[in-house]
Design a protein around this ligand. Structure first.
Ligand code: C2E
Ligand code: MG
Ligand code: MG
Length: 702
């Protein structure tokens, strides 16, 4: 049974249903058939028994006289009438004492007839029973109601069996027909159940193998299968919606993972991949690949002073322009900040690559319109070429980066092809950094002081502390060379603190020596300005040196403040609350907005020396210088002109109402002892500008 069930389990639903329906029908039909055969058999037997008993009663009556008269012949004749009953095999008359009086026997089977005879009882009752293949009937023979003998008749059951055999044969044929019919019906009817299930299974299979969730099972039924199909379709609906949603999200994620959200350009990941691909291609075909590294010039300035929104608009405009400059098949990516790269597989030689670089440079020339403003952008472009400059993504990127820095150093807004000499320069810069790190400890740093003068009287109002680096081998290094490096590396923080400390110390020393209370202006770099502990540092220095905060003036550039105007105002107020003055250095070169300017707690604007320089020769610049003076008047700020190099410039400034000046004409930056000499000379000469001998302290860069 178990193996049968296991076998059934392996079949398909369709076969299972067919087998079950057919099987059950067969079992039921066969049971009915067996019952009907058994009924038939017992009916046939009863009929035979009845017939033989009637026969026995008739015969017992007829043979009674023969027994009374002991006439064996007559008895034999009477028994002979049994000849007409083919089912009777044997008949006998037995006397009361058990002796055989007469017998009839069909056929020559003596042995069987003897056995039958012996088995036959000589009882007083009428009896009928089945033994083996025979029916045995005993009937008492009576005379005057007294038993004088017994008549035994034995009938064979062969005829009944023949009839039954025929019945069974026909029945089995009928049963086979019924089984066939049941099978055909089962085959047809099982479809009602199996077809929808098969349909479901088939749809499920296609859905899972093709991942096609738009498939549906088409079927309308009102039974449980209908509900199943309906729910299945509904489930597919939900999966389809979820799948579409998921695919959309995946697409978006994929896009975000490979693109810059601001410009829509490829990001570093995608760029790396594309460059990798381009290099593999180029290797196969022995082609060149050009890598252009573009860094926007002074973008940080724009971003800091005009805000990130403006910066974003510019980046988007640049992205659009660059995209229009490259050919289909080239890759353009934004690596972050203001850095863009172009990979070109189509510029086959240096001439082609040069043309591409020029095109990129040119496309940036027209100003970008941001609201009502027109802003000018340019880029410094570094170019590296595969295979000459490098074989892999990293080395090509490094070379293009170095070349880009070279382009920046050469005054920006140009392109440079990488040369091996550039790496040396980059290494030089690294070396310089290491030397600068040691400069503080080795006491190689010193400060020169440049007087700030009241140009009308010639009196010294104060001075600006300007850092110098006296390197044992390199000599005097200009701050223009090492301040940006210090800013970049963070070294400006300890260096800046040292300058503040040293300048305040010097000022206090002069006070102690009886010199006038000169204002001390100290430059504060952007990084320094944004340090949360700037005020603490200043306090510490003031406490250590005992310098009067009212004589301290901090010079900050416009771009440093504009990085975050609100926060800057906050920081500046805290400085002003300590009584320290604040001046804006190089004013006019940045992008500070007038509305902000009004809110800054300033005391002074320093007109950048580029305006002072051109004041006599360029109407525009002269007008800007005048404008700054007017602005300072309106905002009630002091104003000082930087870079006064000639008497004529001083005259002009004085005529325009600017009385304070700083510049080579008025006094170069000089060491402390030089400044004292300068002062003493001034006193001696009643405020006159000292002669050229005081310019020996000029040093590098000033
Ligand atoms: P700055 O603050 O604008 O300083 C004025 C610069 O102009 C000085 O250059 C000075 O020597 C130079 N200068 C003064 N008068 C004239 C003139 O008549 N003609 C010309 N052509 N130049 C003149 P220096 O000393 O080379 O400093 C350059 C810049 O380095 C400074 O510009 C300042 O931004 C920065 N710097 C100098 N010392 C420090 C410092 O201690 N800390 C920080 N953060 N920056 C400093
Ligand atoms: Mg300055
Ligand atoms: Mg300046």
């Amino acid at each position: 049974m178990k193996t049968l069930l296991a076998l059934l389990d392996k079949l398909s639903i369709r076969s299972k249903l067919t087998v079950i329906i057919t099987g059950i029908s067969l079992v039921v039909l066969f049971s009915l058939f067996v019952v009907s055969v058994l009924t038939q058999r017992s009916m046939l037997r009863e009929a035979l028994k009845h017939e033989v008993q009637i026969l026995a009663q008739d015969l017992s009556r007829n043979c009674s006289p023969a027994l009374v008269f002991d006439d064996r012949q007559a008895a034999g004749e009477t028994l002979g009438t049994l000849q007409s009953k083919p089912q009777v095999a044997f008949g006998s008359i037995v006397t009361v004492d058990g002796g055989l009086f007469a017998k009839y026997q069909r056929g020559p089977d003596l042995e069987r007839s003897d056995k039958l005879r012996l088995d036959l009882p000589a009882g007083a009752k009428s009896e009928a029973f089945f033994v083996g293949d025979f029916l045995k009937v005993s009937q008492p023979i009576l005379f005057n109601n007294e038993q004088i003998g017994t008549l035994n008749i034995c009938a064979g059951l062969d005829r009944i069996q023949q009839v039954l055999l025929r019945y069974v044969t026909l029945g089995l044929i009928g049963l086979a027909g019924a089984a066939l019919l049941a099978w055909l019906l089962a085959l047809w009817l099982q479809g009602l159940i199996s077809r929808p299930i098969e349909n479901l299974a088939a749809t499920m299979l296609t859905v899972s193998s093709e991942q096609d969730y738009s498939r549906r099972v088409a079927m309308e039924r009102s039974d449980e299968l209908g509900t199943l199909v309906e729910n299945f379709n509904e489930m597919l609906n939900q999966i389809q919606v979820r799948d579409a949603d998921l695919q959309e999200k995946q697409k978006r994620l994929n896009y975000l993972a490979h693109h810059d959200p601001l410009t829509g350009l490829a990001n570093r990941l995608l760029f790396d991949d594309r460059l990798q691909h381009a290099l593999a291609n180029a290797r196969r075909k022995s082609n060149k690949v050009a890598l252009l590294f573009i860094d926007l010039d002074r973008f940080k300035n724009i971003n800091d002073s005009l805000g990130h929104k403006t910066g974003d608009v510019i980046l988007q405009a640049v992205a659009d322009r660059l995209a229009s400059a490259i050919r289909a098949g080239d890759t353009l990516a934004r690596l972050g900040g203001d850095e863009f790269v172009v990979v070109s597989e189509q510029a086959v030689d240096y001439q082609g690559i040069t043309m591409l670089a020029q095109k990129v440079q040119q496309i940036l020339v027209p100003p970008v319109q941001v609201g009502s403003q027109e802003l000018f952008v340019s880029g410094s472009i570094g170019v590296s070429v595969f295979p000459e400059d490098g074989e892999c993504v990293e080395s090509l990127m490094q070379c293009a980066d170095v070349a880009m820095y070279q382009a920046k150093e050469l005054g920006r807004n140009n392109y440079q092809f990488f040369t091996s000499g550039m790496t040396e320069r980059a290494q030089e810069s690294l070396l310089m950094e290491n030397k600068l790190r040691k400069a503080l400890d080795n006491r190689e740093l010193l400060i020169h002081y440049q007087p700030q003068v009241d140009m009308a009287s010639g009196a010294i109002i104060g001075m600006e502390a300007l850092l110098r680096w006296q390197h044992p081998v390199m000599g005097l290094v200009s701050p223009g060379k090492f301040i940006p490096l210090a800013e970049e590396t963070g070294l400006i923080l300890p260096i800046g603190k040292w300058v503040l400390q040293e300048a305040c110390n010097q000022a206090v020393l002069w006070q102690k020596e009886g010199y006038p209370d000169w204002t001390m202006a100290v430059n504060i770099s952007p990084k320094q300005f944004w340090q949360a502990d700037l005020l603490d540092t200043i306090e510490e220095v003031l406490a250590k040196t005992g310098f009067d905060p009212a004589l301290l003036e901090l010079e900050i550039t416009e771009s440093a403040i504009m990085q975050d105007a609100e926060k800057a105002i906050d920081a500046m107020y805290r400085i002003r609350e300590r009584g320290i003055k604040l001046a804006i250095d190089d004013f006019g070169t940045g992008y500070s907005s007038l509305s902000c300017l009004r809110r800054f707690p300033l005391s002074k604007l320093k007109i950048d020396r580029s305006f002072t320089n051109d004041i006599l020769h360029s109407d525009d610049r002269g007008a800007i210088a005048e404008g700054i003076m007017a602005l300072a008047r309106t905002l009630k700020l002091d104003v000082i002109a930087e870079g006064v190099e000639e008497a004529a410039q001083m005259e002009f400034l004085l005529a325009k109402g600017c009385t304070e000046g700083q510049g080579f004409y008025l006094g170069r930056p000089m060491p402390p002892e030089g400044l004292v000499d300068y002062y003493l000379h001034k006193v001696a000469n009643k405020g006159e500008v000292p002669d050229a001998s005081y310019t020996v302290w000029a040093g590098v860069g000033g």
